[in-house]
Ligand binder design. Sequence first.
Ligand code: P71
Length: 457
Amino acid sequence: MKTYPAEPYRIKVVEMPNMLTREERVEAIKAAGYNTFQLKSDDCYIDLLTDSGTNAMSDRQWAGLMIGDEAYAGSRNWLHLEATVKEYYGFKHVVPTHQGRGAENILSTLLCKPGTYVPGNMYFTTTRYHQEANGATFRDVIIDEAHDPSIDLPFKGNIDLNKLQALIDEVGAEKIPYVCLAVTVNLAGGQPVSMQNMREVKSLCAKYNIPIYSDCTRCVENAYFIKTREEGYANKTIKEILLEMFSYADGATMSGKKDGLVNIGGFLATNDDDVFTRARELVVVFEGMPSYGGMAGRDMEAFAIGIKEATRFEYIQHRVEQVAYLGDKLEAAGVPIVRPVGGHGVFLDARAFLPHLTQEQLPAQTLAAHLYIESGVRSMERGMVSAGRNKETGENHKPKLETVRLTIPRRVYTYAHMDVTADGIINLFKNRDKIPGLKFVYEPPMLRFFNARFEVC
Ligand code: P71
């Protein structure tokens, strides 16, 4: 039988969440317009909406808050953060931002123009928004298998080199400002990219002088998968793997709220002197001085410490295996999930879970709402509602993957919480044919999933 590693931490401070009754939860989700983004946190016993900014910090990080240098310019904590990013990720320049999308905004403003194309291994909501807002068109070049929840591959986040080559042939290299390479791929289920694929993408892009910007938001999880799945990496440290991964990139955007083990923060990194100079010009407009970029000094200190802690093997091993534990339990009970289980969460396959609903009846949105009612677990829709509409035609994007994400915050929950979550889902699965679909009653024009409201149809 497979075993799972014990928590590599001891608990020093605890939080006491509310445990609502089923009746109270029915009222709460109705009041939230059947949108889990609109629920009050206080109404959620186990909150698996996201792993973003929901991490538990260590005692050392909390201690770091006390040495926050809140000077407007030249904060010592910035110098610590900058040195840490350079040491652990290997980039030449770093520009701080308040979170990941701040970095995406600056990068897209600098490099995307009308008529350009940005290839990427599957879209991410905020990333694509900033590319499109600056006139570029996003092109998905991930391998086909990533769109099929049933195919089990070790590196399901890989770029399909033929698709990338075909785009270069179609539009010309000069129309491609950069390749966006996400490690891991969030919406594919937290799937990793292999080192070999990164190397191959680099050599193809080098031929055409196309820069590669990595979305390194969950890069430590990607490094763990390389260490445990790719030949030749078993004896390398996580830090060594990260440095090799980023040796194949020209820069990166980072949301520190995930693998930075903090609650807020981000950065843009680049090896390009010109991009760096222009990013420093822009950061003062959007974020703040290039020595804080929207972060408090104390947050930068915690971020620097978090980057180092995240590379400890026992930390990342437990993190990824705890996620696998939940996935394995669900799979053993026959619940349809995206295979293989990725780094940050388990994704329920909502179409297979609720086969009586059409995609227009929003199976993932429906499943997230009912999972909350059934168990008090908050999850997130990642399907047609998240995908939004085509900018030109106004038609709904219809993603093949219609999923509900159970995202596990880092160092927050125990295996017993995973058991409660699995039991709730398995119960719901047994009664699934009674669940009716949902329809929009309010649809915001952009990033609609955050504020949308629904009713039963
Ligand atoms: C997640 C988030 C946070 C989120 C974003 C949008 C809708 C709902 C929730 C954020 C990411 C991410 C990747 C791969 C960039 C960002 C933006 N993820 N790239 O998964 O996963 O970072 O939130 O710090 O601005 O819940 P930011």
